[in-house]
Design a protein around this ligand. Structure first.
Ligand code: ZN
Length: 642
């Protein structure tokens, strides 16, 4: 290796913790009650069998790999490069296996980011949340069958509409059994609509941003990804979906399923648009889905989403205390470990009721006192009664970004200062700033000094300006990467850590080239309505290519007897459902699968069997005007930079 190549490699290697990072992490180690081992006791209680550390798919490819995190077991105390509070959570999330929660209630934890809860009915099993992928779901139920009698699954319950709570469904039941009525699939009202809403229209961008949130492209290690906060990591297995056969619609509904009474409590627009809690009166077990877990959750995750309603979220927890507080003995959720004993359950519930309400209320207090997003978030500190609770720590959400989400929910992106109303876009602003600051060398010299002083939040801001002005400036990229790295080492939040460290990786090594199979699996496509597909076609339309054009195309979906009229006008696509327009220039007849493939871009008009009656040229012109999204766009460097 040449000297210059060696020097280059030295610049792109992970660096040790800076003195300022050591100080931040040491202060955290002193501030929190590390001698309290109750969570470790709870996370291990009822262990029947440990989980396998790897799960492979049919081709032998490893899709779940806790073995990659084996280094976590090697360090008793946090390495210098990991925040000690996060280290504690990463150790807790290593505890994986089949656990008995109470009579007839079992959980498989740590074999996916989420939990599979298994309820033993009179004749078969009720599965709550079949985790994220078919392979890990099979591994979960397989672990159960190795240790408990093998009985048929009679019902699947989806607690809410996020993929880590339904994606493995075909690993526990077959669609044929569901279609034959042998297995009920129960979900909260609005379940399918919520899945479409969160996965389709902005799906490409959230897919890319999720790589930063979860650190999916980081190789686990003490200087890299250690956890996601909610669980170890994200499975690379195959995702599936079977549409529910029964929806819970009323605020409270009670059903007896295979001899097990379940009181469902609807909690829409909390952690997910469609979510519900469950109470089991025979076992005094309360399942809070994902609304009370052992960390501060997200009001808006880093991958991006419609901002959740923390006010409702808190009220739902308050309702749970009111409804079940006099009888509940065990609290479970679909992430993390249970809590036993009424007193402790009530304490955890009331802590989280107050946690979410506090951030909501105090952000609004700051807002009404005139504070801007960064000011209100910076000033907001939890009271000691909350901040000293492990379950309130921000391993997934943070007080800081949740506060900004509250601002966004009530007041939008605009902070009210007209200086920010029409600011220059990132690159133009960066170029002017660098020029005003005296150029790249002047900035680099001062940033290097500030880096030495440990002023990483500032060096991140100023060096990012320089990288956006001069994306090929290696010194700027490397010092920004070193900066992100120290911020990652300091972060208590796993999602912040992943974002910083993955940002550093892309600055050092560029955006990973990868072939994206597709962001939507075949089952999700099958479940999509044609109306949503046409909405997505509108999102893909490049208006310049159809400038001045205006016409209507009828669609006949041959295998579903559906008709829609798609209107192009003013560079915009709109449509009507159950409509065949007599003035249409053409009628396309095709299957649901064909329009799905074309709509999401896995196929084209030519690649599918489409009968076109009428003006073929106009149809072709429209479908030739669609954008193709590449999810691996630049994030930490300008969009156009290499
Ligand atoms: Zn989840």
């Amino acid at each position: 290796m040449s000297n210059s190549a060696e020097a280059e490699q030295g610049r792109t290697d992970p660096k040790p913790a800076h003195a300022a990072t050591l100080a931040v992490n040491a202060a955290m180690a002193d501030a929190l009650p590390f001698s309290d081992m109750q969570d470790f006791e709870d996370a291990s209680r009822g262990l029947i069998a440990e989980a396998p550390r790897q799960v492979a798919n049919a081709d032998g490819r490893i899709v779940w790999d806790t073995a990659a995190f084996a280094f976590v077991d090697e360090f008793e105390n946090a390495p210098d490069t990991v925040n000690p509070s996060l280290w504690r959570q990463t150790k807790l999330n290593m505890i994986a296996g089949l656990f008995k929660v109470s009579e007839r209630v079992y959980q498989v934890r740590g074999l996916d980011i989420s939990n599979m809860t298994i309820i033993e009915g009179d004749s078969g099993l009720i599965i709550i949340d079949p985790v994220t992928s078919i392979e890990t779901a099979r591994a979960c139920i397989g672990l159960y069958f190795e240790n408990r009698p093998e009985r048929p699954v009679v019902a699947v319950i989806y607690s809410h509409s996020h993929p880590d709570h339904y994606g493995g469904v075909k690993g526990v039941v077959s669609p044929v059994a569901v279609a034959a009525g042998k297995v009920r699939v129960i979900a909260p009202d609005g379940f399918m609509e919520a899945i479409e809403g969160e996965n389709v229209l902005s799906g490409t961008a959230t897919y890319r941003r999720a790589q930063f949130q979860f650190g999916t492209l980081l190789k686990p290690g003490p200087c890299s990804c250690v956890d996601t906060g909610l669980g170890k990591s994200v499975t690379r297995g195959a995702r599936s979906l079977i549409a529910p056969t029964q929806l819970i619609r009323d605020k409270v509904e009670t059903h007896v399923i295979d001899g097990v009474e379940i009181e469902f409590y609807m909690a829409p627009d909390s952690e997910a648009p469609a979510e519900m809690h469950m109470y089991f009166p025979q076992f005094n077990v309360l399942n809070m889905a994902e609304n009370v877990t052992h960390n501060l959750h997200n009001f808006c995750p880093l991958r991006g989403a419609i901002v959740r309603d923390p006010l409702l979220w808190s009220k739902y927890i308050g309702d749970a205390i009111e409804l079940y507080g006099s009888k509940v003995d065990v609290l479970i959720a679909q992430h993390h470990w249970p809590t036993w004993g009424r007193e402790r359950v009530l304490e955890l519930l009331s802590i989280h009721r107050d946690l979410y309400k506090f951030i909501h209320d105090q952000t609004l207090r700051g807002i009404n006192n005139g504070q801007k997003p960064s000011e209100v978030a910076e000033a907001l500190a939890l009271p000691e009664e909350l901040s000293s609770q492990w379950s309130c720590r921000g391993y997934y959400g943070t007080v800081n970004h949740n506060s900004k989400a509250v601002y966004q929910r009530y007041l939008s992106w605009y902070d009210g200062n007209p200086a920010n109303l029409h600011a220059l876009p990132a690159v133009e602003s960066a170029k002017k700033t660098v020029d005003y600051m005296g150029g790249a060398d002047a900035i680099l010299a001062r940033a290097a000094d500030d880096f030495e002083k440990g002023e990483f939040r500032w060096t991140a801001e100023v060096l990012s300006k320089l990288v956006f002005a001069e994306p090929s400036n290696r010194e700027a990229r490397y010092l920004l990467a070193d900066t992100f790295e120290q911020l990652g080492y300091q972060a208590e939040s796993a999602t912040w850590r992943n974002a910083y460290l993955y940002g550093a990786q892309e600055l050092r090594h560029g955006v990973m080239e990868m072939t994206i199979s597709r962001t939507l699996g075949p089952d999700l496509m099958q479940a999509m309505t044609v109306s949503t597909m046409l909405d997505f076609l509108g999102v893909r339309l490049i208006p310049e290519r159809v400038a001045g054009e205006a016409y209507v195309i009828n669609l006949k979906i041959s295998d579903r007897s559906e008709e829609l009229a798609l209107t192009l006008s003013r560079g915009c696509l709109t449509h009507l459902v159950n409509k065949s327009d007599p003035g249409a220039v053409a009628t396309m007849t095709l299957t649901h699968e064909a329009i799905a493939n074309i709509a999401v871009g896995v196929s084209t008009l030519d690649g599918e069997e489409v009968a076109i009656d009428g003006d073929r040229e106009k149809v072709e012109a429209l479908f030739a005007a669609l954008d193709d999204f590449n999810p691996m766009f630049n994030v930490v460097t300008p969009l156009e930079a290499s």
